[in-house]
Design a protein around this ligand. Structure first.
Ligand code: BES
Ligand code: MN
Ligand code: ZN
Length: 499
């Protein structure tokens, strides 16, 4: 799909469909919508007067122009009250409109810079948001479906902007395109089944991105992990035939010094069977997506590099399967992590915190100014927060606040959870320095408490994305399968930190 920004008058444009906005309680209809309305002999005004078009956000009304306009159809897109418009609402509404038109087999559409200048939305934000709405909302995962002749596809979107806005809308489109490509790359990796992906293919992807966008990539093999003493990561990897990989990516966006400004650590379990503590069969298929955190930090650093953000950013991805092979680690085993701390295994299904333990130790030793880990870590987080927001956990309120603010801006909300000392009692062990499960109560928090043991004094935030990384609902720019959350938040955070 191509997105172009052109100048001209949308009512003179020939296309499968043109999209014009309608705000709630905003009569008479004016601007571009007014010109289209006049060409249609007042059809839009009539529908507004009859109450069929209310202008509610994401409301879609399709009119056929029947030769009165060069474009075959006019889609009137409700954007709600002008004073309440946000880029998130705009992204969702435009995504819905694009999918609606794709269903009608429209192949090229044109739109004005929807929402630009409304409620503080700049032309650049508008371009970015429209690109994201279209690219994210139209994403499909069809890698394993036999291609059909009548595959519906939107091939071109033209944003028709005034001369004053055109360049700014265009630079927004460029940014939105880069972000969406990264989000869709994460979705693609999450959606890929585990007979097509494993730690090795994840490492290959990292190497490929590194070459493309100028990111230094190191892939540590099992032997090197042994030398480094990564006993927790290796313990998890023991039960699988797939060799583990520890993937490290460094992007230097500042030339003045080498300090890592932001370290991003992502859980890369390419399939989580639970190991010897085998999961129940229901929904086990979803555990192909247990590497969503790893994919999101990998594609976020790619976007950060492509956008030339002036910041030194590194990504760390411990990647392995969690399988119950003959050599698998067992409940009762005691593992020694890279920082020397010992961990009693109560359940082999609490594997994420084990692989993250060693990755966090490795990253902390590079003394980054800030560290954020992203993981589909606990079912308990899904129980607590559902699929609406990510759980945020931190030992540094200033960094937590920056992450929360970045997340709110991108429409991928994070809700902070407590880290009271008392929770630590649940992971005390009689035979080791800690145990890898604190039981059911407060499970998302006790998991975070264990991670905190491996972060030293580095300002750190943990994001538990177990509830938001996959969805079976289609809503706005989110489609079924991997969501790509929180790639845009991570990139936004990097941009905030560089400012
Ligand atoms: N990958 C799972 C967590 C998960 C559950 C992610 C549901 C997405 C959806 C994780 O490795 C896990 O199995 N956690 C256990 C921990 C427990 C055994 C202490 C859980 O949450 O049940
Ligand atoms: Mn597990
Ligand atoms: Zn897991």
């Amino acid at each position: 799909m191509e997105i172009q920004v052109i100048s001209g008058d949308i009512s003179n444009l020939s296309a499968g469909a043109i999209i014009v906005p309608c705000f709630e309680h905003n009569t008479p209809i004016n601007n571009e919508t007014g010109a289209v309305d006049r060409a249609l002999g007042g059809a839009i005004t009539q529908l507004v007067n009859e109450g069929e078009i209310k202008g509610k956000c994401s409301e879609i009304t399709l009119l056929h122009s029947l030769g009165k306009l060069p474009a075959a159809r006019v889609l009137v897109l409700g954007l709600g009250k002008a004073t309440e418009l946000t880029s998130n609402k705009l992204r969702n509404a435009f995504a819905d409109a694009c999918r609606y038109l794709r269903n009608k087999n429209v192949q090229d559409l044109a739109v004005i810079p929807l929402g630009s200048g409304v409620n503080g939305i700049s032309p650049e934000t508008c371009g970015q948001t429209l690109a994201e709405g279209a690219m994210l909302g139209l994403y499909t995962f069809r890698n394993h479906i036999t291609p059909k002749e009548d595959n519906k596809e939107i091939k071109r979107i033209s944003i028709v902007a005034g001369n004053a806005e055109r360049a700014m809308v265009g630079s927004g489109v460029n940014k939105g395109t880069i972000l969406s490509e990264s989000v869709n790359m994460t979705r693609e990796m999450v959606n890929e089944p585990s007979n097509y992906k494993n730690p090795t293919t994840m490492a290959q992807k990292a190497v490929e991105l590194g070459k493309q966008f100028g990111i230094a990539v190191e892939v540590f093999e099992k032997e090197q992990m042994e030398k480094m003493g990564m006993g927790a990561l290796l313990g998890v990897a023991q039960g699988s035939r797939q060799p583990p990989k520890f993937i490290v990516m460094h992007y230097k966006g500042r030339t003045d010094d080498k300090t890592i400004d932001l370290a991003m650590v992502g859980k890369g379990i390419t399939f989580d069977s639970g190991g010897i503590s085998l999961k129940p069969p229901e929904k086990m298929d979803e555990m192909k997506g247990d590497m969503a955190g790893g994919a999101s930090v990998m594609t976020a650093i790619a976007a950060i590099a492509r956008l030339s953000v002036k910041l030194n950013v590194s990504a760390f991805i411990p990647a392995t399967e969690n399988m119950p092979g003959g050599n698998a680690f067992r409940p009762g085993d005691i593992l020694t992590a890279m920082n020397g701390k010992t961990i009693e295994i109560l359940t082999t299904d609490a594997e994420g915190r084990l692989i993250l333990a060693d990755a966090l130790t490795y990253a902390s030793r590079m003394e980054p100014k800030a560290m954020v880990d992203v993981a589909t870590l606990t079912g308990a987080c899904v129980v607590a927060l559902g699929d609406v927001c990510t759980g945020g956990f931190s030992t540094n309120q200033a960094l937590m606040d920056k992450v929360t603010a970045s997340a709110a801006e991108t429409g991928e909300p994070v809700w902070q959870m407590p880290m009271f000392d008392e929770y630590h009692d649940q992971i005390k062990s009689n035979v080791a320095d800690m145990k890898n499960s604190g039981g059911r109560n407060g499970g998302a928090i006790t998991a975070a408490k264990m991670l905190a043991e491996f972060t030293g004094s580095i300002p750190w935030v943990h994001l538990d994305i177990a509830g938001v990384s996959l969805t079976d609902k289609e809503r706005g720019y989110i489609v079924k399968g991997g969501t790509g959350n929180p790639v845009r938040t991570l990139v936004n955070l990097a941009m905030k930190l560089s400012a």
